[in-house]
Design a protein around this ligand. Structure first.
Ligand SMILES: C[S@@+](CC[C@H](N)C(=O)[O-])C[C@H]1O[C@@H](n2cnc3c(N)ncnc32)[C@H](O)[C@@H]1O
Length: 218
């Protein structure tokens, strides 16, 4: 029998994903995909070009950046933060738990925006969410600090994100990047701040630990 399209991603996430503590960051709980979650049904609504459900999994860059923000609350405290490519919302949630003044969580995937909002509520914090590709435009108003978790995996996206961060820096904002050393990382603009081994990324099923790092975008 054909499946009915999913009209309400929030209801779908609550019904089919499991709210679990992030193993390396037990202060944070996120809805995570299970083998039985049937995420393909979410993609059905958006057609064959639907974005991959990155928001349902952990990412080495985001895990490192979230840990850095939780261990160094002074990096975000009182600041207006943009979590670019928020996915699950993990990095933005960590920033709010460390007393950021506000977090704007932006993503191009409507299901990620829904998941980030739900995950924020589950952690007792509020994120403003925006469904948009901010990399194409000018630096957003009302932002002091841009956080970027794991966005340098694709050459075109990496070029756009680096250009955007360059414009944000020129406008007086700071930027931090979490990344496990992906191929398109703009090393010439980065100063390494911290290294973390992470293992709870991807489907989290016995992933070997990998090195991830946090950088300041200069
Ligand atoms: C690898 S995931 C990282 C998610 C999250 N930052 C983390 O580290 O857990 C990449 C995310 O970036 C989003 N994304 C891709 N291109 C984007 C763009 N141009 N603007 C905003 N988000 C984008 C994807 O939809 C996805 O949610």
């Amino acid at each position: 029998m054909p499946q009915r399209p999913i009209a309400d991603p929030e209801a779908f996430i609550k019904a089919h994903l499991k709210l679990v503590a992030v193993p390396s960051l037990p202060r944070v709980r996120l809805y995570r995909a299970q083998p039985t979650s049937g995420l393909w049904r979410l993609a059905e609504v958006s057609g064959k070009d639907a974005p991959s459900p990155y928001w349902a999994y952990g990412w080495a860059g985001g895990l490192a950046l979230a840990r850095y923000v939780l261990e160094h609350p002074e990096a975000v405290e009182g600041r207006r933060v943009l979590d670019l490519g928020t996915g699950s919302g993990l990095v933005g949630i960590a920033a709010m738990l460390s007393d950021a003044a506000s977090v704007l969580a932006a993503d191009i995937d409507p299901n990620a925006v829904a998941a980030a909002g739900l995950n924020a509520k589950a952690n007792g914090v509020a994120l403003s969410t925006r469904l948009a590709d901010l990399t194409a435009g000018p630096p957003p108003a009302g932002v002091d600090l841009v956080l970027v978790g794991d966005l340098f995996y694709d050459p075109d996206l990496a070029r756009r994100v680096a250009g955007f961060l360059g414009r944000c820096r020129a406008a007086g904002m700071e930027a931090l990047v979490g990344d496990p050393g992906r191929a398109f990382l703009p090393h010439e603009r980065l100063t390494r701040l911290a290294d973390y081994p992470v293992s709870d990324f991807g489907d989290g099923m016995g992933a070997a630990a990998t090195a991830s790092a946090v950088f300041r975008f200069t």
